[in-house]
Design a protein around this ligand. Structure first.
Ligand code: RIB
Ligand code: CA
Length: 335
């Protein structure tokens, strides 16, 4: 029985591949794609979600826009990673996938309350929509099978030494999500840094030979080039200290969370206590992670630690192949 999933995202190159992986794997029934401000402004992340659905021929999944800013803070975006468009690389066609006439938070709540089975929430952007949904309708906590989110880090951040981007954009929202009491898996940088877009991966995608796979390669080459432009590994650091955030091949973060939903054995996890720092001048957005049990402070998260890298890329490539073949049949329109 496929798992019902709502993907809340901020496309973003890795979000785009997460959409294709979620839609292209039979273990997932994608109920909705909801968008949030993060990698770029909401209008751009939403346009990008519709662009991806257009070229992939995804026309049976509602796309709904959510929050255009964090709960309290000013929005920060990531043009240095994803470009001004938020999805640099391909020349995208005009999207022909409509935008649902409902706010993402309302759609998330409605789908959760209406579902006859528990639903998995799969956030791959800042957690603003998810936090507002649980604040507006606390009953959804019992309707959620699990929250599997891409975000956080048990070690170093990527936007600051302490904080990973998704959590840093809206730490207050992240704190609400981590404290809600639902089953939660944190697929953070410690895991996603293992998912590097290598030349071998790009060649495997290119060999698929479909219009969609060519678009995916164009996306990932642009993503890699942005990554390399900001790379400056500090000299003399032991590799064990500096997590290789600025290695030449970029990490593809968001599909790792989808892979955890599809095939849990592909993403090993360890129970932990995770708290989100919201007050620190230098540490706001840090996901303070303690793997040690402590009386009176129960573990509240599974933290992803080890990726089966070969299996992960097999899942990604086969999903792009499957969606690409279907798109060719159903008229997915590439530029
Ligand atoms: O830190 C990486 C995360 O931030 C990814 O989800 C990326 O898409 C950005 O949203
Ligand atoms: Ca993202």
């Amino acid at each position: 029985m496929p798992r019902k999933v709502i993907l809340d995202c901020d496309p973003g190159h890795d979000d785009a591949v997460a959409i294709l992986l979620a839609y292209g794997n039979p273990e997932v029934e994608l109920l909705a794609i909801t968008t949030v401000a993060g990698n770029q402004t909401l209008d751009r992340t939403t346009l990008n979600a519709r662009r991806v659905c257009t070229v992939a021929g995804i026309r049976d999944v509602p796309v709904a826009a959510g929050c255009d800013r964090p709960l309290l803070r000013e929005l920060i975006t990531a043009a240095h990673v994803h470009g001004e468009s938020g999805l640099d690389g391909p020349s995208w066609p005009e999207p022909d996938v409509p935008l649902a006439d409902v706010h993402a938070v309302d759609l998330i709540i409605d789908l959760l309350l209406a579902s006859d089975r528990e639903v998995t929430l799969l956030p791959t952007g800042p957690l603003t929509n998810i936090a507002l949904a649980v604040r507006r309708e606390p009953r959804i906590v019992s309707r959620v099978q699990e929250v599997v989110l891409m975000g956080g880090s048990a070690t170093r951040g990527n936007q600051t030494p302490a904080a990973e981007f998704n959590v840093l954009v809206d730490p207050e929202a992240a704190a609400i999500v981590f404290e809600a009491g639902w089953p939660l898996t944190m697929v953070g940088l410690d895991l996603t840094r293992q998912a590097r877009v290598t030349p071998e991966v790009l060649n495997r995608l290119l060999r698929l030979g479909s219009p969609l796979s060519r678009v995916v390669v164009q996306m990932l080459e642009a993503y890699r080039d942005h990554h390399r432009r900001q790379s400056v590994d500090p000299p003399g650091l032991h590799p064990g200290i500096w997590p290789g955030e600025l290695e030449r091949e970029p990490p593809l973060h968001d599909p790792c969370a989808v892979a955890r939903v599809i095939e849990p054995t592909c993403v090993e996890c360890v129970e932990a206590f995770v708290a989100v720092e919201t007050q620190g001048r230098w540490t706001s957005g840090m996901t303070v992670t303690d793997f040690r049990p402590s009386p009176g402070r129960p573990f509240n998260a599974r933290v992803a630690t080890r990726l089966d890298v070969d299996r992960f890329w097999d899942l990604v490539v086969s999903a792009v192949e499957r969606v690409g073949l279907d798109a060719a049949r159903s008229g997915g329109s590439t530029a």
